[in-house]
Design a protein around this ligand. Structure first.
Ligand code: ADP
Ligand code: MG
Length: 444
């Protein structure tokens, strides 16, 4: 039995706000990271999609928030996509009380973002590009930032944001707390940890490729000509689905074709405006459309509760993309099915990817019965379920992964009692500031 939020030191006001949303028991990554994060330690967290990383860093950020002066946020959350940034802001605001949370990202006007910064933002959630833009314009300084979260660091790396992340980190307080979360901790992510984290407490939860375990995976042989029909049937059989295409154009075309087949769809990709994307996501989340047609980048970090199926309409680029896509379903311990439509010429490559993933199911003929169990399951029969977290179905038909959190604490001087970041952070000089640009010296 894991400890309660209160036992982990979460303030009453936050416990009450979470309780109102049905969030009563910490998930593994939250139990593993919370106390150290609130004590001001750096955190290096690895956990699968849907494991509750947002609250794992969000609660400590809100609980230890420092009141900010105009234009000078005191805490920063970096996220790779607009959708993810929006979701983090919404989740934080749900329990932030008087702590001011705002979000900045590109593709929308500057007015509201600048106005919020002028009034003062305690916790700023940001995509790297727009944040650098706003810094350049002089409307925000990171010099007072005492706590930084790098969310989905692996995706940041995939999307080429690491240089920007480094430039931004170099502008924050050298004594800041740095929390990094990622589904994998190798490559560029490992170097961020090495250079920018100070004796991080490692919190690792779940298997290295856990998204694969949570869902049911099927692989079907299809001819090109029958692909759309099979996709339509699979969406109908499963209930709700995110369908992945390789290109923006392919997304739009498939959305139209499925619409003609009688399935309500919305498309989400980088070629659409922020408003269009937000609307598409809202329509899908509320259940007004049954299928969201997406490219890889657009779908990353979207959290929509209770997505029944992920359909790989176009083959994923590699096994990592397969995992990222597939992680949109079977979140937070719920069930889900992942369907790959395999064209004859793709069978060999798919076999190779399956071996990398440890998913050696045979590629079979189309078999809708294999996914129909989702329809029969009582917990999946509520049409509006996607609009809010569904705690009831969490312990229903499919068991949660029983992964024990692993914490190998690397910290030396444990035992900080103070909640205040300022007082609990040891003063230290460390190599992560090696890369500080001269121009990044304390802005006014
Ligand atoms: P991750 O960032 O690890 O992919 P999220 O933070 O988006 O996962 O959380 C997934 C979902 O689980 C969200 O809807 C969130 O509100 C919900 N959730 C998180 N923690 C808990 C909890 N302790 N109890 C119930 N639901 C939770
Ligand atoms: Mg997340």
């Amino acid at each position: 039995m894991s400890p309660t939020f209160a036992q982990l030191g979460v303030p009453d006001s936050i416990c009450r706000a979470l309780d109102e949303r049905g969030i009563t028991q910490p998930f593994d990554i939250q139990a593993a990271a919370m106390a150290d994060a609130m004590a001001g330690h750096d955190i290096c967290g690895r956990a699968p999609t849907g494991s509750g990383k947002t609250l794992a860093f969000g609660i400590p950020l809100v609980a230890t928030a420092v009141r900010a002066r105009p234009h000078r946020p005191t805490a920063l959350v970096l996220a790779p996509t607009r959708e993810l940034a929006d979701q983090i802001m919404t989740e934080l605001r749900s329990f932030a009380g008087g702590v001011r949370v705002a979000v900045v990202y590109g593709g929308v006007g500057y007015g509201r973002q600048m106005e919020a910064l002028r009034r003062g933002v305690d916790i700023l959630v940001a995509c790297p590009g727009r944040l650098e833009d706003l810094i350049e314009q002089g409307v925000v300084s990171l010099a007072a930032v005492e706590a930084v979260v790098i969310d989905e660091a692996d995706r940041m790396a995939d999307m080429g944001f690491i240089p920007a992340v480094r430039r931004l980190l170099d502008q924050t307080s050298p004594d800041r707390q740095t929390m990094l979360f990622s589904a994998t901790l190798d490559g560029d992510v490992a170097s961020l940890t090495r250079e920018y984290q100070y004796k991080p407490v490692r919190c690792e939860v779940g298997e290295e490729t856990p998204d694969v375990i949570a869902a049911d995976h099927v692989f079907w042989n299809v001819a090109r000509a029958e692909r759309i029909g099979v996709a339509a049937d699979a969406i109908t059989a499963s209930g709700s689905a995110i369908v992945f295409c390789r290109t923006r154009h392919g997304c739009d075309r498939l959305a139209r074709q499925l619409d003609r087949a009688g399935i309500a769809t919305a498309a989400i990709h980088g070629g659409r405006s922020q408003n269009q994307r937000t609307r598409a996501l809202g329509e899908f989340a509320s259940g007004r459309v049954q299928a969201l047609i997406a490219t890889d980048v657009a779908a990353r970090g979207i959290h929509v509760q209770g997505v029944d199926a992920v359909i790989h309409f176009d083959a994923p680029e590699d096994h990592k993309a397969y995992l990222h896509r597939s992680g949109r379903t079977a979140r937070a311990g719920q069930g889900g099915v992942v369907v790959s439509l395999v064209l004859p010429e793709q069978a060999r490559e798919m076999g190779r990817m399956q071996r990398q993933l440890g998913l050696e199911q045979p590629i079979t003929e189309v078999d809708m019965a294999a996914i129909a169990w989702l329809r029969e399951s009582a917990s999946h029969s509520e049409p509006a379920r996607r609009s809010e977290p569904d705690t009831a179905s969490r312990d229903s038909d499919r068991p949660r992964r029983s992964s024990q959190p692993r914490r190998d604490s690397e910290r030396s001087g444990a035992g900080h009692k103070s909640r205040s970041r300022r007082s609990s952070r040891p003063q230290r000089s460390r190599n992560r500031n090696r890369n500080r640009r001269p121009s990044a010296k304390r802005a006014a």
